[in-house]
Design a protein around this ligand. Structure first.
Ligand SMILES: CC(C)(COP(=O)(O)OP(=O)(O)OC[C@H]1O[C@@H](n2cnc3c(N)ncnc32)[C@H](O)[C@@H]1OP(=O)(O)O)[C@@H](O)C(=O)NCCC(=O)NCCS
Length: 212
């Protein structure tokens, strides 16, 4: 049983009565910013475009993707547009302790993805922040946000088949492998992972430990 981040009620109590669920959901659907243990995740702003350009100038972050400045600018614009149109989209991830801009994490509409489910959870962090579990922490928050606050039924995530770190983040966040295909680049196979609302709910309800 977890605490509802928005109205402060225990989730199991919220599920006990319909009225409570409705109130809880109405409150939750207005949520846009989330906090995790270490991250502040806030809606993307126009000025984050400058940070995104800086992020992708690191070739290790770009990871072989062709990301000229105009393409990065379009990514940033799309992030702002998604928030305006859907009331969700990618977050800017901020370190709670220092206020540092860490990267882009969160729900992202992959309009060109050739499958029926187009909302992905994505994550791109400055290298200095890798290897601390932050992408997984942010991805889990994005799943909770998508399922509990935005009523999504399935969330996917797509990466290059060879990108072991991104695949591991997806697995740790609870997504499972769904398939491999070519998309955008005919030389680079991509894998996609997914998680449904039911699987996410079951995973969240499972005890975190068991007695020996
Ligand atoms: C992918 C990325 C988001 C991961 O961020 P992160 O905060 O380091 O991720 P986490 O610490 O939550 O988890 C990473 C996991 O991958 C594992 N990992 C890292 N590099 C790996 C590698 N080369 N091979 C196998 N596993 C690897 C880590 O050990 C960790 O798993 P563990 O907890 O079981 O040990 C980060 O490297 C990044 O921003 N890369 C550049 C942008 C990018 O490629 N984004 C994904 C686009 S699809």
């Amino acid at each position: 049983m977890r605490t509802c981040a928005i109205v402060g009620a225990r989730r199991a109590r919220c599920q006990a009565g319909r009225e409570c669920v409705a109130v809880c959901f109405a409150a939750m659907s207005r949520i846009e910013t989330m906090q995790t243990t270490r991250l502040l995740l806030r809606p993307w702003r126009e000025e984050d475009g400058v940070e995104l350009q800086r992020l992708f100038t690191d070739p290790d972050v770009a990871g072989g993707r062709s990301l000229p400045a105009d393409r990065i600018a379009r990514l940033a614009e799309s992030s702002v547009r998604q928030w305006r149109a859907n009331r969700f989209g990618p977050w800017a991830a901020i370190d709670k302790v220092t206020g540092a801009w860490i990267g882009r994490i969160g729900l992202d509409a992959l309009d060109d993805w050739p499958g029926p489910d187009k909302i992905e959870v994505g994550f791109e962090l400055h290298k200095a922040w890798w290897g601390r579990g932050l992408a997984t922490e942010g991805a889990r928050a994005a799943l909770e946000f998508g399922f509990e606050c935005k009523g999504l039924e399935r969330i996917i995530s797509v990466t290059a088949a060879a990108h072991a770190a991104a695949r591991r983040v997806m697995e740790k966040a609870g997504l499972t492998y769904r398939g491999t295909r070519y998309w955008m680049n005919p030389d680079v196979p991509v894998v996609w992972y997914g998680i449904d609302r039911a699987a996410w709910t079951a995973r969240e309800a499972a005890p975190a430990f068991r007695a020996l």
